[in-house]
Every structure is written in C-alpha cells, then in structure tokens.
Design a protein around this ligand. Sequence first.
Ligand SMILES: Cc1ncc(COP(=O)(O)O)c(C=O)c1O
Length: 388
Amino acid sequence: MDPDFDRRIERRESDSYKWDDNERLFGRVDLLPFWVADMDFATPAPVLQAISERCDHPILGYGKRSQEYFSAIQGWLKTRHGWDVPKEWLMFSPPSSIVGIGGIISVLTEPGASIAAPTPTYGPLLTLVEQNGRKLIRNPLKETNGRYELDIDDLAQKIVADTQMVILCSPHNPVGRVFSREELAALAELAEEHDLIVVSDEVHCDLILPGHRHIPYGSIGGERSVTVISPNKTFNTAGIPQSTLIIPSEEIRARYQVFLNTMQLNHDSTFGAAGMIAGYRHCAPWLDELNVYLAANHELAENFFLERMPAIKKIHAEATYLGWLDFRQLGLSQDEIMHRLVEIGGVGLYGGTEFGAEGAGFFRMNLACPRELLELGLLGIEKAVEKS
Ligand SMILES: Cc1ncc(COP(=O)(O)O)c(C=O)c1O
C-alpha cells in the first residue's frame, strides 16, 4: 500500500511529547506543535509489522545483536550512502544517539579541554560539551545570502592547544545543509593537522531532499572520525530508539567500550532492533516517497513566506524536515515573537536560541506533517505577525 502522508492522525492523548506536553512548554494545551523533531506520519508498515511480529514470542527479555542486525546496518550504509563499513566498526549507544555522543566526549577528551562546534546547532550537542566540563569553541556557520557554509578559516583561527574535538551536525539541524565533499575534506584536513577527533552527528542523514547527496563524514575523516547514525528520524521511531556509532579506529573503539562498560550500556531495545532491521531492509521506497513529500512541504512553506510574508525568510533546505525561519527583519525580540506565535497564532515553534546564541532572530519549524496541518501552521504564523 502506498504511504499516505496526507492522512491526519490524531496524536493527542497518546502520551506524545510533541502533542501532549504543550501546556508545560508553551502554557497552552490547544497549540499546534511544530517544535520537537518527530513526524506526524505513520511509521512505515513493515517496521510496525516487525514490531508486532516480535510480540508473537511472549518473552521480551534481554536481546542479542544478531548477524541480521549487523548486516541490515551495513547493507543500508552501502546501498543508501555508498559506504562500505566493516562489522567491527559498528558500536552502539543504547538507549539513544545523544548518550553515545556524551560517552565519546567523556572518553576522548580531557576535563577542561575545548571542543569546537559549528553553530547554531542541535542544542543538546552544545549542552553536552558544557555539562561534561569541557569548554565550547563556537564556530559560527558562514551565512551568505541565506546560505550557510562551514567556516573552516574561522575554526582554524580558534583552535588552541587544548582543543581536542569538533562536533559536527551533518546534514545540519537546524539550517538544513548537506555539506559538500570540499567542506568535509577541509574539515578532515584541519583535524589531521591539529590532532582532533571529529564527531559527526548524522541522525538526519536519510532525510535528504531530491537532488542532494549526503556524504558520511567517516568516509572522508577515517581514523579521526566517529559517525553517529540512527533509524529514529528516518522511520519516525524515536519512541523505540536505536543508534549506531561508526568508529574506524580500533583505539577509539576500545576507549568507547570502557564508557559502555562503566555505564553497563549493553542491550538495545528489542523493538528498536526489530524496527531498525525491517526499516533498513524494506523501507527504502517508502523513504524515497517521504523525501519527495518533505521537499514539497519545504517548497510550500518557502513560497508562502515569499508571497505572503516577505519579511520572514525561509532558509532553503537541502535536507531534514526542519524549516529555519529568519524573523530578523521584524525587529522583534524572540520573547515577543514567541508570545505572539503562541497566544495569537496558536502554534509552537522552537526559538532559534535553542540552537545557540547564533540562532537569535530565527525560529525552527518542523514541517514533517500532513500538508493540511502545515498550512494551518503557516496561517497561524501569519496571524501572529500580521500587525507587526
Ligand atoms: C541532530 C540530532 N542529533 C540527535 C538527536 C537525538 O537523537 P536520539 O533521540 O537518538 O538521542 C536529534 C533529535 O532531534 C537531532 O536532531
């Protein structure tokens, strides 16, 4: 059966973080949520079926990673991203990507060391650096006429003696860039020169809009890289998380293993594993259709702002379902815009500073929803800013 991305599925009262936590976060229950990164689309049928079939066996005890588990990941990386990855490179981070990234920071850098991150970026990547007692070096993405690029010259100037790591988000949340081979190669060269490890958070790597191609950082950065992937965004399975760290260096793998042992992080969720295998095995056609739908949602939003609210600019996206909206021309504070969005527009978006100070003046809108809902959200934004 063809996926029906236009289908509205009621998520209220399903213990959904996105739909059932709005009062706590925005002070309003009846808000339309466009904030946290999960999708209002059904998880693909083969994934749901695999999870339900797992329940045919009535015992849900500790699981072990099967050969099928490893080969599903290897097959996906090869066919989807053109990357041949030996089984030994695959390490895991139960229960989720962000835990593994925290672990990598703790074992590969020293307390007090500095870690650079191209900013703005997914907020928890910044928080992890500071909460682990490391210093953050901000390396703002270079913005030219609404297009962002890695600023390797700025990074080169900011690296100091105790800089040990760079944390990249690729493709980029929130600005939606698919970084080019040249940008990634320049980063890899700098990392080599200064003895840095690059951790590349690639959990959005399957959400690539038609016409673009994702390049796994590890396929360029080799032994100095840790690449993080996950099916959670791809198949909308964040509630049963699964995540893989791809680590080419034997020495880094051994150090990361110490973190896993210390925290006793050994087992994946049985449902997460079953869902991931089914997704990677059977859902490439579904994903292709999803990306076409997402591209159309991006285009709709981009045109909506161009035609009806030119003071707000939507940054052109190459990947992800996240719209990065530039409100700077309105000359209002984030608090004022947020207040209007919530109270007048009835919509919940993330304020740009969730992604670091460089996000000031921006909001992030999650566009992974049926088009009818997206249109309601855009009308809400229009109503909220109409009189400014
Ligand atoms: C770039 C990025 N990394 C990591 C995560 C979180 O992934 P997980 O739920 O696997 O920890 C997200 C979720 O939005 C994300 O956007």
